[in-house]
Unconditional design. Structure first.
Length: 362
């Protein structure tokens, strides 16, 4: 029996990982922005306007979730850049509209750079026990689609002695396929190099180019060819990568394998996303059962909602079961009714009063 499990932030919350709103506070603390008066002044205005858009008021305790923050801040940044057209001086002449936009861009950049470290720190404090209750139900025919950057599922599978892979160049003798839809904190992207240089890493994706392999013609500036995706083999190596990234690394250019934050995530810049997403589509087409756990397909996951709906609509056979497991499942039931509209309407199950929702997977 083939099953697909779609996991969101609500899934990892049971282990003690932060939700999107909590991530905002952690990121502000992590990069020391709490004491930045300019940022706090902008943030106060921003939260007031954002709350109005969301149909409420900005109270002293209002904190936007991190996806909201990055999504709407980009539009605010753009307005400040537009205002430079009306400024009586040039962009670099002191406190101009353009400099305000540059500040917003820098603040977001600092927070995004610290994202992996904040998640990594939270994972060290997390409890693996509820995740292991979930992974104990998984078999080698199952596919997990996770939008989380943490590695809790992989750690739980390894702790239970179960084989797994990301469905990329790390495929071995089978096991559970864990597709990281937006990347992972233990992934890094490096310029092409020999595996001997990185003995503590596993190469996950490297594009072959026939012009290079057969004719020696090197493409110019093609990110998908010039860069490769690698995964740290163990927690220690992952921690070292995060520490090096925070402090700067001079040995060779690299960046962390995360798709970013906000509504639009430039996934094409992250090597390995094409086979990952296409494998997810294939799994959704062939699965007999689909479980959605802690993933609401919010506006910040529009890409998933758009493509998943299209793929499921193309299925030739109906699903035998479709289930949404989330304490707030009823509030977004209509979303999933549209996603599965040509299949039986999913059973929307609230896990709020269920001590161990993993029993629903039996």
């Amino acid at each position: 029996m083939s099953r697909v499990f779609i996991l969101g932030a609500g899934f990892s919350k049971q282990a003690g990982m932060p939700l999107a709103t909590e991530l905002t506070s952690l990121l502000l603390d992590g990069v020391g922005l709490r004491d930045n008066e300019d940022l706090q002044a902008w943030l106060a205005s921003f939260k007031k306007r954002l709350a109005a858009v969301e149909g409420g008021e900005a109270t002293s305790g209002f904190v936007p979730n991190v996806e909201q923050l990055f999504d709407f801040a980009k539009f605010d940044e753009e307005l400040w850049r537009m205002r430079q057209q009306l400024a009586p001086v040039g962009r670099k002449s002191g406190a101009t509209p353009w400099s305000q936009a540059e500040d917003i861009s820098a603040w977001l950049s600092y927070m995004e750079e610290d994202l992996a470290q904040v998640i990594g720190d939270a994972q060290q404090r997390a409890s693996l026990e509820p995740i292991e209750r979930f992974t104990s139900h998984l078999s080698s025919e199952d596919t997990v689609l996770t939008f989380n950057y943490d590695t809790l599922v992989e750690c739980a599978l390894s702790a239970q002695g179960k084989a797994w892979s990301h469905g990329l160049d790390d495929r071995g003798d089978g096991g559970v396929t864990v597709l990281k839809m937006h990347g992972s904190i233990d992934w890094i992207v490096l310029e092409r190099r020999s595996e001997k240089e990185l003995q503590n890493f596993v190469r996950l994706f490297s594009k072959k180019d026939n012009n290079v392999d057969e004719h020696g013609q090197k493409p110019s500036g093609e990110e998908e060819y010039d860069w490769e995706l690698w995964r740290a083999k163990d927690i220690k190596t992952c921690s070292n990568v995060l520490s090096m990234h925070k402090g700067g690394l001079s040995n060779f250019p690299y960046f962390l394998g995360l798709a970013g934050l906000g509504r639009y995530k430039p996934l094409h810049k992250l090597p390995g996303t094409a086979p990952t997403w296409l494998a997810a589509f294939e799994a959704l087409k062939e699965a007999r059962e689909i479980y959605v756990i802690g993933f609401s397909m919010s506006p910040y996951d529009t890409m998933a909602r758009f493509h998943f709906t299209s793929v499921i609509a193309e299925r030739e056979k109906p699903l035998t079961k479709a289930m949404v497991i989330d304490p707030n499942a009823s509030s977004f039931a209509s979303t999933f009714s549209s996603v599965f509209r040509r299949q039986p309407i999913p059973i929307v199950s609230s896990a709020e009063d269920i001590e161990d929702w993993s029993t629903l997977l039996g």
